[in-house]
Design a protein around this ligand. Structure first.
Ligand code: PEP
Ligand code: MN
Length: 339
């Protein structure tokens, strides 16, 4: 349920209203906009009579929120959320490019890719230190050593770093070392992990689960938001469908849908979304035009020998031909490229 307040509601009356809501065992989420202030009621409101609130002088309107996600809901927070990380803005009117290898493999690899990306233009460096692989015999990532190598690449280039966390036992190290913590598709519903991330102040890049509906994805965001961390960035990375030509089916319609349902920034991963390096540039451009706030792209200096996801990795040279096109499209779409 949300209460739309009349402009200029006096503080004492607002406090009285908030006290009443809290006395009913509900939590409040206040969003102060330019013209209106919105009070969102969080908790079980099924038995709450809307008339209780419409009798307050300062309440202009009482609306029922039918979706189960509340803090992620645009009704609770009409303005787009903008998250600032390392001097880059993510959200309304800004466009970020996160680029880098699927896995951090060694110092030479990650530092050289980072330097090339920096030279061409990128907002963040990505690199997996903990890899969620289908087979236990595949490369599992360098672990904490991988985080150290990412830090070395950041020190060389100034590019803030994004890396995937898989379990809470290394949370402190991620909070300390990484600029944006990625939650992979396979952990989208690891609620223990999401809750713990919600208790930090770190931006979280929450990928859509392999077969998650938009509502399930937003409910996962809700777990993080509900613990107090408002820095959630959603990432569409393709879903399972009957189609087998591509690795996943990149659901670009999720972008405008999420924009309608939620105030959270949403970016697109055309690498995992297609599984094919030659499709990455096209789908990255489509993602921008579809209204996304950024892309995350796998770039490897030698894709054929990559320890993971070589088929979908583009080279720095491919990246250098895609980048100017994204730059041009960002101008057309009136988005500020954050590089
Ligand atoms: C990745 O980013 O390398 C990754 C494993 O992504 P996803 O969780 O989307 O499969
Ligand atoms: Mn990958």
């Amino acid at each position: 349920m949300i209460l739309v307040l009349k402009p200029g509601a006096p503080k004492e009356q607002l406090d009285e209203l908030l006290g009443r809501i809290r006395s009913m065992g509900l939590d409040v989420h206040i969003s102060v906009g330019v013209d209106t202030t919105i009070v969102g009621l969080v908790g079980d409101t099924t038995k709450v009579d809307r008339l209780v609130f419409s009798s307050y002088d300062i309440v202009l309107n009482v609306l029922k929120v039918t979706e189960p996600f509340k803090k992620a809901n645009r009704m609770f927070h009409p303005d787009d959320t903008v998250i600032e990380v390392g001097g880059r803005k993510i959200g309304e009117g800004h466009f970020v490019i996160i680029a880098g290898p699927c896995s951090v493999e060694n110092e030479e690899q990650i530092v050289s890719i980072a330097k090339e990306l920096k030279k061409i233009g990128a907002s963040f460096l990505r690199g997996g230190a903990y890899k969620p692989r289908t087979s236990p015999y595949s490369f599992q990532g360098l672990g904490l050593e991988g985080l150290d190598l990412l830090k070395a690449a950041r020190a060389e280039t100034g590019l803030p770093i994004v890396s995937e966390i898989m379990s809470t036992d290394v949370l402190d190290r991620f909070v300390e070392d990484v600029d944006i913590i990625q939650v992979g598709a396979r952990n989208m519903q690891n609620f223990v992990l999401l809750r713990e991330l919600g208790r930090t102040n770190k931006p979280v890049l929450l990928k859509r689960g392999l077969s998650a509906t938009l509502e399930e994805w937003l409910m996962s965001a809700e777990y993080i938001l509900n613990e107090g961390n408002e820095k959630v960035i959603l990432c569409e990375r393709g879903i399972r469908t009957f189609e087998t030509y591509t690795r996943n089916t990149l659901d670009l319609s999720a972008v405008p849908a999420i924009k309608k349902l939620s105030h959270l920034p949403v970016i697109v991963d055309p690498s995992h979304g297609t599984g094919k390096s030659w499709m990455v540039g096209t789908m990255a451009k489509a993602a921008l035009v579809a209204g996304s706030d950024g892309v995350i792209i796998e770039v490897h200096n030698n894709p054929k020998c990559a320890l993971s996801d070589g088929d979908q990795s583009i080279t720095p040279s491919d990246y250098s031909s895609i980048f100017p096109k994204i730059k041009k499209l960002a101008e057309i779409e009136e988005k500020q490229l954050e590089v």
